[in-house]
Design a protein around this ligand. Structure first.
Ligand code: KMH
Ligand code: ZN
Length: 286
């Protein structure tokens, strides 16, 4: 089997703040420290959102200067593939400015960016309302910005229809194959986090594409184990789950990385370094 790429989504995204867990990193230094610990534990990619340094809520206002600072400080400390959000960064920013924010974000020095593959009902309370808006037009334009900037999209797929959107991007040659798809198993308004849903989805995926699984809450580690056994890659971290085990908060994202690295060891899957991940995903160094 291929080496295992572990992504650590360390910042808690848009649904996790200091009110959810005091351990979510929110200042630049806390975030850089978490990234270093996760890389030491085996993560080769980190996924980042811009945070309010005090509350850990999503940063409201232009997130790009904040993300630029994260990227620069992380690069000073450690070698890791950096993946910036495009689904996040909308709080305080109306839809008219999203295009420009995403286009400019492509120039901040990350090697990957998330790209959400469809509009859906939000699966939890969010300050921007009930709809997670990602039209096909937006997806195609943002894909174009990324490809032009040499940034690889990570295609976030929340339901099987979104695999078809990925296939269209490939057939329209908007993004070069192989695509890298992440099955985001949020439950509620999206995929159920079950092996059956994953098996069905993998049946729809073209040969040679790479894939990863992220599942929410208590499903994070079990679904990661299923993905690892099936040859896929995994994402863990506070953006999707803040518990180490039932009733016990993780004190660091690195503990969640350690958990999947331990399981990988039992499955005889070796862990990809950042350079391995770059080679496997065809990334361009920034
Ligand atoms: N928050 C995750 C469920 C993004 O940041 O653009 C999906 C995600 C998407 O990470
Ligand atoms: Zn995210």
């Amino acid at each position: 089997m291929d080496k295992l790429i572990v992504t650590a989504a360390v910042t808690g995204g848009e649904y996790v703040s200091k009110a959810t867990t005091p351990h979510v990193p929110s200042t630049v230094e806390e975030i850089v420290g978490e990234v270093v610990r996760c890389v030491e534990a085996g993560a080769s990619i980190v996924h980042l959102h811009a945070k309010d340094p005090v509350t850990g809520e999503p940063h409201s206002g232009d997130p790009n200067p904040v993300l630029r600072e994260y990227v620069e400080r992380i690069r000073e400390e450690v070698d890791v593939v950096i993946n910036l959000t495009t689904g996040g960064g909308r709080v305080g920013n109306p839809p008219e400015v999203w295009d420009e924010l995403v286009r400019a974000r492509c120039g901040l020095g990350s090697e990957m960016m998330s790209l959400n593959m469809g509009t859906m009902n939000r699966w939890a309370e969010h300050p921007t309302g009930k709809i997670f808006l990602n039209t096909v037009d937006m997806i195609e334009r943002w894909c174009g910005y990324m490809v032009e900037a040499g940034v690889k999209p990570e295609h976030e797929v929340y339901d099987t229809g979104m695999i078809n959107v990925c296939r269209q991007l490939a057939s329209k040659k908007i993004v070069p194959e192989p695509l890298h798809v992440q099955f985001v198993m949020v439950g509620r308004t999206g995929f159920l986090p079950t092996p059956k849903a994953l098996v069905y989805s993998l049946d729809q995926l073209p040969e040679g594409w790479t894939w990863s699984v992220c599942a929410l809450g208590r499903h994070q580690i079990p679904m990661a184990a299923v993905a690892m056994a099936m040859g896929g890659h995994v994402r863990v971290g506070f953006e999707d789950n803040v518990y180490l085990r039932y009733g016990e908060l993780a004190t660091s994202n690195a503990q969640l990385v350690e958990k999947v690295v331990n399981i990988a060891g039992e499955l005889d899957r070796s862990i990809a370094s950042p350079d391995d991940a770059r080679e496997m995903l065809g990334l361009k160094r920034p």
